[in-house]
Design a protein around this ligand. Structure first.
Ligand code: 5AD
Ligand code: SF4
Length: 457
């Protein structure tokens, strides 16, 4: 297609949910230019890799994939290869020098420029830049029952280890009306669940509405049966938000509340701006008001200067809180962040040992918490058939627990069913059908992977 206008694109996404959402924005922008998405890079005129910089490992995976693409590109004359997202922002021209077969590097606030950069026309680039909220762009949502909607972009917290404020820029909120417009369109398309997304949703403010106000507005949209949100910074989680969750059955009682460390000394060095005891008191307040709440967290082990004693503090916090799930990461130096000035002094093997220790502990706790569901009746939103086991279906509770069950007739994705939980592992609940809400409906088209967690990155 040398010299010709591209007609097809392929996009591959690494990293967090925000990146997945951004890929839908990019797909929306390209589809508006008449391009069609294809499912393999071999078949595409434009290949886009949406990248993540949060840890070294994420960047290594992208670099490895780029090398795989190199021969494909050589075999397809005129194919353009674009690296987009956080790595493009962080490395910019350095990436183009290191990988000369890459044509474009485009950061998260410049996607409106893609049509022009790809020679498709002018696009609508005048709004592009650090205030970008992608107003007026309709993301090309993947089919399913649950959709993600970005309500804010960027982050101003500058946790000392984190690259996000440098690659995604300053915090900015989308006007509530624009979020509502997107949610209404999703409801009209048949989505029954929305997941409001931001690096730190609790500091959302559009000048008139804070995050609790926004949640209530979204919860009232006709057709939306469940509202979720992520991620919550503990320092900004308000009583008003707790009250909103407690008083609205369709706001899901699940809070992803990254603690990062249980040691005050390390929390201070991380610039998290709360103490261990403040975090524990917050958990107490949440549980007092929302007893059924599920809490999940992120933890970094091996931060510079983390002693065995500091780690024991994290371990004991995990014991004390009894999270439903925890994502544990080894500290990874990010050049340009404040923590990069500190010596990365915890040996790699020790980081791995601490990570495995926490994972073992959390697995026991997850199992204990899931077993408490056995015998209970829960409402489950059906996501589709289990890809791995024909006849089985997969859904989620409002607390975001994955439930597997085997109905006698297929059930359509998007239905709600009542299940009695009969068995539990650390990752999955197993249920039996109590009664279906409404007549059973056939034909199930979406295939789901029961192992994928929505907050997984
Ligand atoms: N090293 C390791 N983990 C990190 N995270 C963010 N930056 C780093 C880093 N430099 C983790 C945090 C955050 C999650 C998204 O990634 O736990 O909550
Ligand atoms: Fe990174 Fe902290 Fe912002 Fe989360 S809150 S994106 S960890 S700087």
């Amino acid at each position: 297609m040398t010299g010709q206008r591209p007609t097809t694109f392929y996009i591959r996404t690494y990293g967090c949910q925000m990146n997945k959402y951004d890929s839908e924005i990019v797909a929306g922008i390209l589809e508006e230019q008449g391009l069609r998405e294809v499912s393999t890079p071999e078949a595409a005129d434009v290949v886009l890799i949406n990248t993540c910089s949060v840890r070294e490992h994420a960047e290594q995976r992208v670099l490895g994939y780029l090398e795989q693409l190199r021969p494909l590109k050589a075999a397809r004359a005129g194919q353009r290869l674009a690296v987009i997202g956080c790595m493009a922002e962080r490395l910019g021209s350095r990436l183009l020098e290191a990988k000369p077969f890459v044509d474009l590097a485009v950061g998260p606030d410049r996607y409106r420029e893609l049509p022009r950069l790809l020679g498709l026309g002018d696009g609508n680039a005048e709004l592009s830049g650090e205030a970008e909220t992608y107003e007026g762009i309709w993301p090309s949502h993947r089919k399913g029952v649950s959709a993600w909607v970005a309500v804010m972009r960027g982050c101003d917290n500058f946790c000392s280890y984190c690259i996000v404020p440098y690659v995604r820029g300053r915090e900015r909120s989308r006007p509530a009306e624009s979020v509502l417009e997107e949610v209404r369109r999703l409801a009209a398309e048949g989505f029954v669940e929305v997941n409001l997304l931001g690096q730190n949703v609790n500091s959302y403010h559009d000048g008139r509405h804070d995050f609790a106000d926004l949640l209530l507005l979204v919860a009232d949209v006709e057709g939306i049966r469940r509202v979720r949100f992520a991620t919550s910074h503990p320092k900004d989680l308000s009583e008003k938000l707790i009250e909103a969750i407690a008083s609205h059955p369709n706001i899901c009682p699940h809070i992803h509340l990254p603690v990062q460390s249980g040691s005050d000394r390390i929390l201070e060095r991380m610039n998290r701006r709360y103490t261990r005891s403040q975090y524990l008191r917050l958990v107490e307040r949440i549980r007092a008001r929302i007893p059924e709440v599920a809490l999940t967290t992120d933890i970094i082990v091996g931060f510079p200067g983390e002693t065995r004693e500091d780690f024991e503090q994290t371990r004991s916090l995990v014991e004390e809180v009894q999270f439903d799930g925890a994502f544990v990461f080894r500290y990874s130096v990010r050049q340009g962040t404040a923590a990069a000035q500190l010596e990365d002094d915890v040996p790699e093997l020790e980081k791995i040992a601490r990570l495995e220790e926490l994972n073992r502990l959390q697995k026991k706790i997850s199992l204990r918490r899931n077993r408490a569901y056995v015998g209970r009746k829960v409402e489950v939103l059906v996501e589709g058939p289990n890809r791995k086991r024909p006849g089985q279906f997969v859904g989620r509770t409002d607390t975001n627990k994955i439930v597997v069950f085997s109905p006698s007739v297929p059930i359509e994705a998007g239905s709600f069913v009542r299940l009695r939980i009969v068995e539990a592992t650390a990752h999955t609940l197993f249920g039996e059908l109590e009664a279906e809400q409404g007549p059973p409906r056939v034909a199930c088209l979406t295939e789901q992977n029961p192992d994928a967690q929505p907050w997984e990155r």
